[in-house]
Design a protein. Structure first.
Lengths: 139, 229
């Protein structure tokens, strides 16, 4: 009895497995061939998290500033993706995302100028750019 | 919004390039290499902007970020000393415990953010006022009709910059003016911050006690007369 059923069962399982796997592969391929809003958001999220990791782990204060630029850029990517999504649905305020991205770029430029001014002042006074050696406020 | 065909191909190329260049920015030992990888990441993101139909923002990104901010970064890297890092003597990451804790935090953040993006997008698609495919196609056709043909006639001329200019001055003129004040503050602030002691002394902007100490260290400072006008 078992001898008769086990190959059949195995075949059935295999069939189900194959079809589910095939379905998954098919869905992944269609999703990859037609990237939509969520793919833009995923790229933005990954860039954001790489930036956060850079801010938290690096010792060089200039690289920390660069990571902050990466974070701001990821936010911009999200704004633009949503702007495109809204414009395709015919929304009247679809350009709001692009306007906001302009302001984010302005703030990023101002932040970089001030931050690098602080780095130069710091380097002149403490002769270091390692953040773990700048511990005047640490008790 | 759905990209297909060669747009999808370009999306994956530039998206993956942006992420890998971002990773290399964080992991490069030399700060100059970090800056160059950040430039390539920014250019890739600008290409994604072009794919989403935001040509003006893409141009601004290249001009302001790559042309302005990153050049500033490179100058500052050359001003401060990064020799020890280049020669590979110094540790580039914080101490072990800190790195471990922050990496665990980042992995949690990856999970949380991807989960919420997925859930949020599913919720967005499940909304009842989601436009149908026909409506999106009609919107696209309407836009194609209103856009002028380019010189060769092979493509349409986008009106992105014109639209952004219109809405910037019509709906966001107050933030626009405030942004100009912000930039002015940034210019003055960075000039004030980056002054040397000599420049501060000649502007009579040093605490007398501090100046006395500094003159004891460097007698040349005493010769500088405050230039008041």
């Amino acid at each position: 009895m078992l001898n008769f059923f086990s190959p059949t069962l195995a075949l059935l399982f295999q069939e189900a497995e194959r079809s589910r796997l095939g379905e998954m592969i098919y869905q992944t391929r269609t999703a990859a061939a037609n990237p939509d809003l969520s793919k833009f958001l995923v790229i933005g999220a990954l860039l954001f998290i790489i930036g956060v990791a850079g801010v938290l782990t690096r010792r060089n204060i200039i690289v920390i500033f660069m990571s902050i630029e990466l974070i701001l850029n990821a936010a911009n990517l999200n704004f633009i993706a949503f702007s495109r999504y809204l414009s395709q649905t015919g929304s009247p305020n679809a350009l709001a995302g692009q306007i906001f991205a302009v302001f984010v770029i302005v703030v990023a430029a101002a932040e970089a100028a001030i931050g690098l001014g602080i780095v130069i002042a710091l380097y002149r006074n403490k002769e270091t750019i390692w953040v773990d050696e700048i511990d005047l406020l640490k008790w | 919004m759905t990209l297909s065909g060669y747009e999808a191909l370009f999306f994956w190329i530039f998206g993956l390039a942006a992420i890998f260049a971002g990773l290399l920015t964080v992991m490069a030992r030399n700060a100059v290499h970090s800056a160059l990888f950040l430039i390539s990441s920014l250019v890739s993101v600008a290409a994604l902007f072009v794919l989403s139909g935001a040509e003006f923002i893409a141009g601004v990104q290249i001009l302001v970020y790559v042309g302005g901010v990153m050049v500033l970064f490179l100058f500052v890297i050359m001003l401060v000393n990064v020799g020890a890092e280049e020669r590979g003597r110094d540790e580039i990451f914080n101490n072990q415990r800190q790195v471990t804790a922050s990496l665990i935090f980042c992995f949690l953040l990856v999970g949380g953010v991807l989960y919420s993006v997925n859930r949020g997008y599913q919720g967005l698609q499940a909304r009842s006022d989601q436009p149908s495919a026909e409506r999106i196609a009609a919107e696209q056709a309407r836009r194609d009709q209103t856009y002028a043909n380019s010189g060769t006639g092979s493509s349409k001329i986008t009106r992105d910059s014109q639209n952004i200019g219109n809405s910037l001055y019509r709906y966001a003129s107050l933030p626009f003016e405030i942004a100009s004040v912000l930039l002015l503050v940034a210019i003055i602030g960075s000039v004030m911050l980056a002054r040397t002691l000599k420049q501060e002394a000649s502007a009579d902007d040093v605490d007398p006690e501090v100046l006395k100490e500094e003159i004891a260290r460097d007698p040349g400072l005493a010769k500088i007369e405050p230039q008041l006008d």
